[in-house]
Structure formats: structure tokens, C-alpha cells
Design a protein around this ligand. Structure first.
Ligand code: UD1
Length: 369
């Protein structure tokens, strides 16, 4: 059977989104090939996720690696085009909002190949975020857009995207979470012993938080204060570690109660998050995972493209301002934080809904010459 859909992954947050889609495609069946752009390449940022999530080995790895945004995006585009020439798929499926997402969507759109975007329509309305640019542009050139929350359709309509192209499928990343909860590695194992007090899980990697010395110093100082009350479990992104060293802030990572870890595997992170007193993060995905798990989340950003995590879930935005973070932390300590509820269609069956829609949709497309 010739390839119907080329699926693309590139960076860590893509892997948990593609895993249930590839599984649903196998079940349908939909003939798919998987391309890894190589945007993330360290074993801890890439290979471990394939192994833990049972994602098939990529059929092609473009091995682009790290570079400036322009060079990385251009390298992905140059390397991806020959793959489409060889495979002649009916459609290219991209997920999320990383540079690999826009790069591959753009190549496909220019070649007249249908573009499917899973996790479409999320908007922070903050163009200083590289991901926001990737989201807006990918959605503009997508033929079929699957959304995770209902607010996304309003965002897309405002940008002139025809509602007939938009389908509310739910959250594929939460499919992966639900499917792996029983295999999550207990925190005790990852931490090498039972924590004697509660702990906060921290992740930080956004350029706006870690690439500015004053902002990063403020955040690390605040973590030091939190560590006076709870252990601070901090799996540190390579970008953040490099920034702390560059700015001479390494000492702030060593304060009592701070437990630095290398980037964690999916099952380790899931176990850590599930058992945490709270999560403090600037990640997009963790805002959703904490809402699905009912764990309070402090998001150290001024905005979120995932508003349902605030309105329905456990998320609170504080920005990187120490006083606001500490006030929110005190509130969680006093009250246990927001309880929240699990949003609509975050039920473990989103990828199935995507595949159910795609099967007849693909059948109706003409074969490519
Ligand atoms: C990317 C995504 C971001 C996502 C994040 C998750 C874009 C624009 N950003 O950001 O949306 O939340 O992934 O991690 O696509 N590095 C390594 N090893 C790796 C990969 C990166 O050491 O395997 C280092 C390199 O020094 C690199 C830096 O991390 O320059 C940043 O990597 P990059 O892929 O450019 O962006 P992220 O910050 O990871």
C-alpha cells in the first residue's frame, strides 16, 4: 500500500502527541510513515520517548540538529522536500507548534500536498513567542485542523479560517497520559528514596524566562525560597543549564532543598508530576498534564495559549514575578490549590477521533501522480 500520510515529529513535546496517532493509524488502518527532523537529538530528549511510548522507529531522520531559528527551519525544509518527492503522500500531518511543525507544513503546502494540523488554533496572542508564529502560520496553510479545546475554533474564525476545516477532536497528548498512567515510574524510584516532605516539580526553558540574566536570577531565587518549604525537583533543560552557567548563576541551583535532575523520560516525569504537591513551569504541555491529573500548576508566563487549563483546570498564571509566584505558592500551601475538572474530550480517545475522521477523508482524495 502506498503511503497515505507522512507524519512529522521534531522536538520533545511532539513525541507524546504522535504516539497515539500512529497507534490509531495502525488500527484503522491508515498507511503512514514517520519522519523525525532531528530538532531534538540528545537521547534524553528524543530516543527515550520512542522507547517508552512504543513509537515506531522513524522511517527517516533528517538529523538537522540545533541552529538559529532561520537556519533550523530552512535546514528542515531542504531536507524534507526530497522525502515528499519520494513518498508522494496524500497528506502531511504535523503536531504542536515547534519549528519542525511550520517547516514541514510549509514544504507540503507549497507542493500541493494536504496539510493536517493536530493541536490547531491555540493562541497566546504573544508574537514574542516563537511558537506563536509557528501556530499562526501553520494554521493558515493547513487544510484540516484538529483542535484540543473549543476556544480554538473562535481563534481560527477570527483569522479567517473556514470552520468546515476545523474539527474538535480533543487532546491527543492526554491520550498518551491516560494510556501510560499505570506504567508511570513512582517518584520514590526516580528520586532514589521517599521524599520526607512534599515536593514541587519545576521546568523552565522558554527564552523569555531563561535567556535574560535578571529574569532567570529572579526565578532561581524564588525557587530557593520555595525550597525552604518543599523539595524542588528540577529536571533541567539543556538550554536552561547553559544559560545559568553563562550568567554565573550556577550557585543558585545548588541551594538546600533543590534537587537537580537531567531531562527525564516520559514515564519518570509522569510519576513525578502525578505525586507532586504542585508544578511550577513555563511549558505548554505541563499546563495540560497537571489539569488532567488534578495537580495545581503555577505557570510563570504572562499568558497561555491553553486557557481551558485556567478556566476549567488547575492552572494559575503568575508571570516570572517573584512576589506573584510566592503569593500563589502560599495559597496552594494554605488551600491545596485549584481542584479543577478534566476538559471535554480529554478522555484518551482523541487520536481515535482523528483517525475516524481521516479514513473517509483520505479515501475521497485523488491519488498523487
Ligand atoms: C523547542 C521548541 C519549544 C518546546 C521545546 C521543548 C521551537 C521554536 N521550540 O524549544 O516549543 O517547548 O522544544 O523542549 O521549536 N539542545 C540540546 N539537545 C537537544 C536539543 C536541544 O542540547 O536534543 C540544546 C541546544 O543547545 C539548542 C537548545 O537546546 O540550541 C535549544 O533547542 P531548540 O530545539 O532550538 O529549542 P528548545 O528551546 O528546545
Amino acid at each position: 500500500m502506498s503511503v497515505e500520510v507522512v507524519c512529522v515529529v521534531g522536538a520533545r513535546p511532539n513525541f507524546m502527541k504522535i504516539a497515539p496517532i500512529m497507534a490509531a493509524f495502525r488500527a484503522k488502518p491508515i498507511a503512514a510513515k514517520l519522519v523525525h527532523t532531528g530538532q531534538h537529538y540528545d537521547p534524553s530528549m528524543s530516543d527515550s520517548f520512542f522507547a517508552q511510548l512504543g513509537i515506531p522507529r522513524p522511517d527517516v531522520n533528517l538529523e538537522v540538529g540545533s541552529a538559529s531559528h532561520a537556519v533550523q527551519t530552512a535546514d528542515i525544509m531542504r531536507a524534507f522536500e526530497p522525502v515528499l518527492d519520494a513518498e508522494k503522500p496524500k497528506a502531511v500531518l504535523v503536531v504542536g507548534d515547534v519549528n519542525s511543525t511550520i517547516a514541514c507544513a510549509l514544504v507540503a503546502a507549497k507542493k500541493g500536498i494536504q496539510v493536517i494540523h493536530v493541536e490547531a488554533g491555540l493562541r497566546s496572542y504573544d508574537r514574542a513567542m516563537p511558537e506563536e508564529i509557528n501556530r499562526v502560520l501553520t494554521d493558515q496553510i493547513s487544510d484540516l485542523l484538529f483542535t484540543t479545546e473549543r476556544s480554538a475554533l473562535d481563534n481560527l474564525k477570527r483569522e479567517g479560517i473556514a470552520p468546515e476545516r476545523v474539527h474538535f477532536a480533543g487532546n491527543v497528548m492526554i491520550d498518551t497520559l491516560r494510556g501510560h498512567l499505570d506504567r508511570a515510574v513512582p517518584a520514590e524510584v526516580t528520586l532514589g528514596g521517599k521524599p520526607t516532605r512534599g515536593y514541587a516539580v519545576v521546568t523552565l526553558h522558554r527564552p523569555s524566562n531563561v535567556d535574560n540574566a535578571d529574569t532567570l536570577r529572579g526565578l532561581l531565587d524564588t525557587l530557593g525560597e520555595v525550597a525552604g518549604h518543599l523539595d524542588v525537583v528540577f529536571p533541567i533543560h539543556p538550554r536552561t543549564r547553559a544559560a545559568a552557567e553563562r550568567f554565573g548563576l550556577g550557585g543558585l541551583l545548588e541551594r538546600p532543598g533543590m534537587r537537580l535532575l537531567p531531562p527525564q523520560g516520559y514515564l519518570q516525569m509522569l510519576g513525578l508530576t502525578r505525586e507532586a504537591t504542585l508544578v511550577l513551569t513555563d511549558s505548554g504541555g505541563l499546563q495540560e498534564e497537571t489539569t488532567a491529573l488534578g495537580v495545581p500548576c503555577i505557570t510563570v508566563r504572562e499568558n497561555t495559549e491553553r486557557p481551558i487549563t485556567m478556566t476549567d483546570g488547575t492552572n494559575t498564571l503568575t508571570g516570572p514575578t517573584p512576589e506573584k509566584i510566592l503569593a500563589c505558592f502560599a495559597d496552594i500551601q494554605a488551600t491545596g490549590g485549584k481542584r479543577g475538572r478534566v476538559p471535554e474530550f480529554w478522555d484518551g480517545r482523541a487520536a481515535e477521533r482523528v483517525a475516524d475522521f481521516l479514513r473517509p477523508w483520505l479515501d475521497a482524495l485523488p491519488a498523487r501522480p
